[in-house]
Write a protein that binds this ligand. Structure first.
Ligand code: SAM
Ligand code: SF4
Ligand code: F3S
Length: 442
């Protein structure tokens, strides 16, 4: 019987990148990727620990897998990612159906773990922070993502220790991959069809390898002829250095949407969170970027109901959202995480948090609707990523990452086409390809 692996991914883009790299790795010991979990004899969950709900999803999912495989041979069940890191061997006590647990900095050991498991039938967890060996190993196996828009992790971990956040504990200390390793991976992706590269890191703009910064990487990647677009995420306001801001003046391929999480509009709350930036710093960055290019737009993450958040703090967050007109933002109620400094703080009333969350989400949705409406009747550059299920339409994204649907065919995939938008809703634009020769593209 063929060995087949199914990976379900929760959490951030870094987990998506990792899942693809795990597929590339286990190929070496004969595992083939399957998109049908019922076919799998290895079921891997790549997990997220950022909020309690994200963690609980893992155990619900295992319950579901147990049911699916009730009358079949049990697959090898592996938990990877941030829950594996945070829970280590405790995970086997909570759920005996799990066979192996592997933290994010140990993926280079996954083949050895699987082979050992079959030899010794012994549960094992690997949770060392061995990030240098991981990327050394990954650099030897090709990134077979094959996607038009591909993720490329350049930096991992975090030394900032915001009081609410588990990332420094689950991903370990800040680490930047060697410059040439990243460029080689970008070139390989470009040679295999990728047109857009999204550089990833928990603090992507803290990238520092010798004298190279994120700005150097962007300029080097945009020299690759096949790469049409470059993006990066997630940035921290404290690491928005002048060279990175200046990149927006000179770069030809850097997209005009920047994800720059602010978390709260209140300096008091930012200090309680240990964010190391204030709203003044944030607005300064905003102004500098808008002065370089008024078409640059911002998206953000928000934590609502952080311990100590009063109505006046929340109002400051709400007003900031109106001022910056963030698009595509993420917002969640504060979730206390074990081991973090904020975990013992007195929570504010849940009902109040829920009301505040609803209010800001409505405002964020409105921002999105206004932004999308403003695109109607314009001709936008759309990078086509794939065919839709009905095979008559294609799916692409604007420079602001907004999804666009229009009639097209397989031959459009990988092209940047001028598309006239005739309709929009909150999440999607609908358009039609126009003849580029006589129309100006917005
Ligand atoms: N490094 C990025 C930064 O500094 O903004 C954020 C990375 S974190 C993986 C993604 C987002 O999860 C954060 O921006 C924050 O909004 C959210 N988050 C982290 N811990 C949280 C918690 N305990 N409760 C709710 N949201 C949380
Ligand atoms: Fe978490 Fe980002 Fe803060 Fe690091 S900087 S602790 S990843 S929120
Ligand atoms: Fe979640 Fe880990 Fe990413 S906690 S957000 S998967 S770094």
């Amino acid at each position: 019987m063929k060995k087949k692996i199914f990976i379900k991914t929760f959490g951030c883009q870094m987990n998506e990148y990792d899942s693809n790299r795990i597929y590339d790795t286990v190929k070496k010991i004969g595992y083939e990727k399957t998109l049908n979990y019922e076919d799998a004899n290895c079921y891997l969950l790549n997990t997220c620990h950022i909020r309690d709900k994200a963690k609980e999803k893992v155990y619900h999912e295992i319950g579901r897998v147990k049911k699916i495989f009730r009358n079949k041979k049990k697959p090898l069940v592996i938990i990877a990612g941030c829950v594996a890191q945070a829970e280590n061997e405790e995970i086997f006590k909570r759920e005996s159906y799990i066979d192996l647990a592997i933290g994010p900095q140990s993926y280079h050991k996954i083949n050895e773990m699987i082979l050992n498991y079959f030899e010794k039938k012994k549960k094992k967890d690997e949770t060392e922070f061995d990030v240098i060996s991981k990327f050394k190993y990954f650099s030897k196996i090709k990134n077979e993502s094959g996607k038009i828009s591909a993720f490329l992790t350049i930096q991992e971990g975090c030394d900032k220790f915001c009081h609410f956040c588990v990332v420094p504990f689950t991903r370990g200390p800040e680490y930047s991959r060697p410059f040439s390793q990243i460029i080689d991976e970008a070139k390989y992706l470009a040679d295999h069809g990728t047109k857009e590269i999204i550089l990833l890191g928990q603090n992507v703009n803290a990238y520092k390898f010798k004298n190279y910064r994120l700005s150097n990487l962007i300029f080097e990647i945009e020299k690759i002829a096949e790469i049409e677009r470059v993006r990066y995420t997630t940035s921290h306001p404290k690491d928005m250095t002048e060279d990175l801001i200046d990149t927006y003046k000179y770069s030809k391929k850097l997209m005009p949407l920047i994800h720059l999480p602010v978390q709260s509009g209140s300096d008091k709350i930012l200090e309680l969170m240990n964010r190391r930036h204030n709203i003044g710093n944030y607005l300064e960055i905003f102004d500098k970027l808008k002065n370089i290019n008024s078409k640059i737009e911002f998206s953000s993450d928000f934590i609502i109901g952080y311990p100590g958040e009063e109505e006046k703090d929340f109002d400051l967050t709400f007003n900031l959202i109106k001022k910056i007109k963030f698009i595509n933002s993420y917002s969640f109620i504060f979730s206390p995480r074990p081991g973090t400094l904020a975990s013992d703080l007195k929570l504010i009333d849940r009902q109040i948090s829920m009301k505040r969350l609803e209010k800001i989400q409505n405002q964020l949705f409105e921002n999105q609707i206004i932004m999308n409406r403003s695109m109607e009747n314009k001709i936008l550059n759309v990078l086509v990523e794939n065919l839709t299920e009905n095979k008559k339409q294609v799916f692409g994204r604007t420079e602001y990452m907004t999804p666009v649907l229009f009639d097209g065919s397989e031959k459009d995939i990988g092209k940047i086409l001028p598309v006239k938008i005739f309709k929009s809703n909150r999440s999607t634009l609908f358009g039609v390809v126009v003849n580029s020769s006589n129309k100006k593209v917005a």
